[in-house]
Each structure stands twice: as structure tokens, then as C-alpha cells.
Design a protein around this ligand. Structure first.
Ligand code: DC
Length: 223
């Protein structure tokens, strides 16, 4: 049986960096579940689907085929042979992704894909409902959080460094809080701390310190 490390938390809490490093250290494949919701959002916009209409969005679950492939320590995604890259990291995708992620048919499609990834080996999966809904039985479950200011600062820096956007810290914070609100109040699999998940507030911790904490707990969980 493959081992699963599950990491949930709001946008900008550091889930991606932590998951990637922990994955590298342990030889677990890194799985970015948010990218799957972003790909569905990208496809919705490409196909001119109104993201305010859940019935229209639900149709995407049978229209889009995301190919998942283990590659260089992570699971890579392709749509009709194309890797989405930074196309799924734009402010426009940010503005629509939470709405797409409220739709049950989309969540079911992504959840199935994620559960199937255990076939590829041990995985470290980050998202919003991994500890509560996708892999609730994992012995290594984390809720990673940080203050809204710290999260906005990190996201803004990342957007500038990657050349994705150049928004003010205030704009980044507003967009992030709007997504948090939708993600944590939706009907299906909302973002919340799972019972038994280990909570880490990274506001005043370095990346190395967070990784260290996670590694200790993972070692305890898997022996
Ligand atoms: O982590 P992210 O910002 O890339 O996620 C994009 C969107 O997908 C965000 O609105 C939250 C949603 N999401 C989700 O509902 N469930 C997950 N497991 C991962 C992401």
C-alpha cells in the first residue's frame, strides 16, 4: 500500500514549497491538487463556460480529460498533450477557480484522479480537502496556515518572481481572502482543519522550520 502525506490549508500558507521539499527528502511524489481545479477553470474559460452557472461547469467533468504522469518527483498534468504551465496561475484563473471548485461533479472528478495516484507510489498531496475528504485515513495529515498578511506577501512575491502578474499586496490579499471565503463555506468538502490533523502556523517560521516540523511528524506517523 502506498503511503500518503496529506497537507491542507488556505492559499499562500506555504503548502506547495513544503510539500515539494518533503517529497524530495522522502522520495514521495508531489501532487498539487489545486492545479487540477485550476486546469478545469482554464478549460471552462477556454470553452466560454459561465463559471457562475454550476450546471454548465458540471459538464466540464465529462468534456475534459486530464492526463496524469509521474515526472521528476511530481505528478505532471496534460490536457490534449499540452502542459498548462503558468496559464493556470493568472489573476483571471484565481478569480474563477473557487467557483469551479464548488461544483460537485468537478470535485468528484478530481477526487477520483487523486485517489488513483497511489498507483504511482508514495505521494505527498496538498490542497483544501485532502485531509478531510480525499485521504481522511492518512496517518500523516497537516493543516498549514499563516496570517493573511504573510500569505499575501508570499503570493505577491511569487507572482512577481515568476513574471505572472504585478499586483499590489492589497490586491493579492483581497483576492486571496475572497477565495478563502468561498473555499471554506462551500457545501461540498469545504476547507477546514480535520480532526486529528496537525496544525502548523507558518507566519513566523522559516520554510526550513516548517519542513523540519512536518518531517518529524511524518517519521512518527510512518515509523
Ligand atoms: O491551491 P490553489 O490556489 O492552486 O487552488 C486553486 C483553487 O482550487 C482554490 O480556489 C481552492 C480549490 N481547491 C479545492 O477546492 N480543493 C483542493 N483540494 C485544492 C484546491
Amino acid at each position: 500500500m502506498s503511503k500518503v502525506i496529506a497537507i491542507d490549508g488556505p492559499s499562500g500558507a506555504g503548502k506547495s514549497s513544503v510539500s515539494r521539499i518533503v517529497g524530495e527528502k522522502l522520495g514521495f511524489l508531489h501532487v498539487d491538487s489545486g492545479a487540477l481545479y485550476r486546469i478545469m477553470t482554464w478549460q471552462a474559460l477556454e470553452k466560454k463556460i459561465n463559471t457562475d452557472d454550476p450546471e454548465e461547469v458540471a459538464k466540464l467533468a465529462t468534456m475534459v480529460d486530464i492526463e496524469c504522469r509521474p515526472e521528476d518527483g511530481h505528478i505532471a498534468y496534460y490536457v490534449e498533450g499540452e502542459a498548462p504551465g503558468n496559464k493556470i496561475r493568472t489573476p483571471e484563473i484565481n478569480a474563477h477557480a473557487s467557483k469551479v471548485a464548488t461544483v460537485k461533479a468537478i470535485r468528484d472528478y478530481v477526487t477520483n484522479l487523486l485517489r488513483g495516484m497511489t498507483e504511482y507510489g508514495d505521494i505527498v498531496v496538498e490542497g483544501r480537502d485532502i485531509t478531510t475528504a480525499v485521504f481522511p485515513d492518512s496517518p500523516a495529515r497537516f493543516y498549514l496556515t499563516a496570517s493573511a498578511e504573510a500569505r499575501a506577501r508570499r503570493r505577491q512575491k511569487e507572482e512577481v518572481e515568476k513574471g505572472i502578474a504585478n499586483q499590489s499586496a492589497e490586491a493579492v490579499k483581497a483576492s486571496l481572502l475572497a477565495r478563502d471565503q468561498i473555499d471554506s463555506t462551500r457545501k461540498y468538502a469545504p476547507l477546514k482543519k480535520a480532526d486529528g490533523a496537525i496544525e502548523i502556523d507558518s507566519s513566523d517560521l522559516t520554510l526550513d522550520e516548517v519542513v523540519q516540523l512536518v518531517m518529524e511528524k511524518v517519521n512518527e506517523a510512518f515509523g
